[in-house]
Write a new protein. Structure first.
Length: 234
């Protein structure tokens, strides 16, 4: 075998060896890649399964929350309906009560011991200004008189509040008096017209009966004086 043939065979051997080495490298790389891809696919499948399980769990939780929310909304609607009904009934009751209270207040009657300080007319309606006082009797009167440095009697008038109150009066009502013409007293009392009493109170009568300093009981109904009575003291 000549040198040239040997050289060709050597080159062929080197080429074949190179091809085999290249094939082995390619196979190794391909095998490694296939293994990595297999591992990656396996890992992906595992993660996908886990995510699907979590999604299923969250879906179940959302369904539960939706059911709870619906129940809560229904309870709230029921509560609001009940509250609205209760407020309506309360308002109706309150209105009725207020109306009843107003009617009761307008019909309230009180009897007050006082001094009458002024009588004026506003059109056809007389206005009477009163100074409330306390008429004490018995032990209370005695104690109050002693405290005031006065001689104890069966009665004592205590007037520590100077507040004045003005009320309209009914001029159609008669006034009951105990002081008569000339200053005599009638314990059983007698009646005069409202206009005559005003003249006597203001000193316009010719018999000099003055009643401005006399104590009175006034009866007030619905904010209006409906009775005036001079108080008798024995």
């Amino acid at each position: 075998m000549d040198d040239k043939t040997k050289q060709v065979l050597t080159y062929l051997g080197i080429g074949v060896a190179g091809i085999l080495v290249g094939a082995l490298v390619v196979w190794g790389v391909t095998g490694s890649k296939s293994s990595s891809e297999t591992d990656a696919e396996s890992s992906t499948d595992s993660k996908t399964a886990m995510l699907e399980a979590e999604i299923a769990s969250l879906t179940a939780q959302v369904s539960t929350l939706d059911a709870d929310l619906s129940a809560t909304q229904q309870d709230l609607a029921d509560a609001q309906a009940q509250a609205s009904s209760s407020n309506s009934n309360s308002s109706s009751s309150g209105s009725s009560s207020s109306s009843s209270s107003s009617s009761s207040s307008s019909a309230t009657t009180s009897k007050e011991f006082c001094y009458i300080t002024k009588v004026v007319w506003e059109g056809a309606t007389p206005q009477i200004t009163a100074d409330y006082a306390q008429l004490l009797t018995g032990a209370d009167a005695e104690a109050a008189a002693i405290a005031a440095g006065e001689e104890p009697l069966d009665w004592f008038i205590k007037n520590e509040n100077n507040k004045l109150r003005t009320f309209p009066a009914d001029p159609s009502k008669k006034v009951t008096l105990v002081t008569e013409s000339g200053g005599t007293v009638d314990p059983s009392g007698y009646q005069v017209t409202f206009g005559m009493w005003v003249d006597m109170y203001s000193g316009m009568t010719g018999d000099a009966v003055y009643l401005a300093d006399a104590p009175y009981y006034i009866t007030i109904t619905g904010g209006k004086i409906v009775k005036i009575e001079e108080v008798y003291f024995p």
